[in-house]
Every structure is written in C-alpha cells, then in structure tokens.
Write a protein that binds this ligand. Structure first.
Ligand code: MN
Length: 259
C-alpha cells in the first residue's frame, strides 16, 4: 500500500480522526478592536441575495462581507511591515500549509495571569520533554482562551489599561522566528500577540519577528485540548486572496489514535 492508501484506509476506519480547530464564522464572531486612532476591519456579514425566491427561485446564495483578519484566520508575511516584501496569502507555498503540529500548554499559567507571556525557556523545557519543534510544522499555543470564543467582551478581556490576553515575549518571538524551523505559530486568542503586545519592544513582536521571517500566524483556534502534545498533522486552508494580507481560514487537525 502507498502511504496515501494507508492514510485513506485509516481515515475510513476512524483510526485517524479529523478535528476542526476553526471558530464558526458569523456576524457575532469575536474580532479585534483597535483603539483610536487606528482603523478597524469590518466584521463578517452574510448578505442574502436569493433564497428559493424571485431573485433565485431554485437556489440560495449570498454575498459575504468581511475583513481579512476575522475569526480563525491566517496572517501572511505581508500583513506586517517587517514582511512587506514577502508573500501575500495567495503566494504562500501550499506545502507550507500542511505539516506536523505540536501543542505547548500554558492553560494553568494563563488562568493565574491573563497577561502571561511565553518565554524561550518554556519552549526549551517543552523540547526537553517532547523533542525539537518540527520542521515545516506548527507550534500551537494552548492557553484555554477558546473558552471565551463566543463572547466578544470576555475574548478581548479589555479594561481601561487595554486588552489582557496571553501572548509571547519579544525574545521568544525572535528566537522562534530565527532559531526554529517551524512554518508558523497558532494561538487561541484574537491575534498572535498578547493583548498588551503594543507595550513590548518591538511592539507586537510575534507579528514583527515571525511574519518578518516568512513564518505564518493562525488565530482564534479552538479545541487544542483535543490534540496530543506531538503527533498531529495540521491542514491550514486560507483563501488565495490576491494581494491579501490574510484570510479567514479553515484549520483541521488529523490525529491518530494510539496504536
Ligand atoms: Mn491577523
């Protein structure tokens, strides 16, 4: 049997399961809210054009209105000034979008401190237990934040001092971007930087370093708790928007049952 026939057989037998890590996309899907004077994207909206009625008696179809960075989505290199000469979302090599996924779990730390920042030492400690971060793979950062994914206020967790959601330190972002062969970094929060990422140096260091080094971000992931620390395979499917800085993205994980 070829590797793909074995894979298909395992899918049919259910020994490989498909887990959808995507948040559902609707007008109420939580989205980033930038403070003044910055301009925000529009939220997702469905505009019905016909529904088995006069404008389309046998069919239903709609227009979609959305910002690029709404719901579970991918950040392409050109999203950030550091990656402005890099790939837009349509130019990303497809082989970079499918690869091994590993999960680092900081749920307990984030429950104590929503402003928790992942550090290089946290990843080194993870590697000491599980092995090196995978080449052409995805580092997924579990924080428990998907618990809030249906509630805009809880998801953004903002007060007068700003948004309080977990992220990674500037040193860790630079180290991941330059010292590890990953394809990208995935989070459960609204963006790949901490809620208070503007206060770091450089501001929004995950965006700055990762996108500036031809790595990708994925946000608003769900159900990372259902993934093993190592061994899953991720399929990341952004729309190939020409010139696009990102796209709402379906993210599927393939997980094999323990033999
Ligand atoms: Mn984004």
């Amino acid at each position: 049997m070829s590797a793909l026939s074995e894979f298909s057989a395992a899918l049919a037998a259910g020994s490989i399961r498909v887990i959808d890590l995507t948040n559902r996309l609707s007008a109420t899907t939580p989205a980033l809210r930038l403070p003044d004077p910055f301009a925000n994207l529009i939220d997702f909206r469905l505009e019905q054009v016909s529904e088995y009625d006069e404008p389309g008696p046998f069919w239903k179809h709609a227009n979609i209105h959305t910002g690029e960075h709404i719901g579970t989505h991918l950040d392409a290199p050109v999203h950030w000034i550091s990656g402005r000469d890099g790939h837009d979302v349509s130019e990303i090599p497809p082989a970079r979008l499918i690869g091994p996924a590993v999960v680092i779990d900081k749920t307990a730390e984030v429950a104590e401190n929503p402003d928790f920042l992942l550090e290089v030492d946290d990843v080194l400690a993870w590697e000491a237990e599980h092995g090196p971060l995978p080449e052409n793979g995805w580092l997924l950062y579990r924080t428990g934040w998907d618990e809030f994914a249906d509630d805009q206020d809880a998801f953004l967790n903002a007060d007068e001092t700003g948004s309080h959601t977990p992220g990674i330190s500037a040193a860790c972002a630079e180290w991941l971007a330059t010292e590890r062969p990953i394809s990208g970094f995935g989070v459960e929060t609204v963006g790949i930087d901490a809620g208070r990422g503007a206060e770091l140096d450089p501001p929004f260091p995950a965006h700055y370093h990762l996108l500036g080094h031809d790595k990708y971000g994925i946000t608003s992931l769900q159900r990372l708790a259902d993934l093993p620390a190592t061994g899953a395979v991720l399929v990341v499917a952004p729309l190939p928007i020409v010139g696009g800085s990102g796209s709402p993205t379906r993210v599927l994980a393939l997980v094999a049952d323990a033999a």
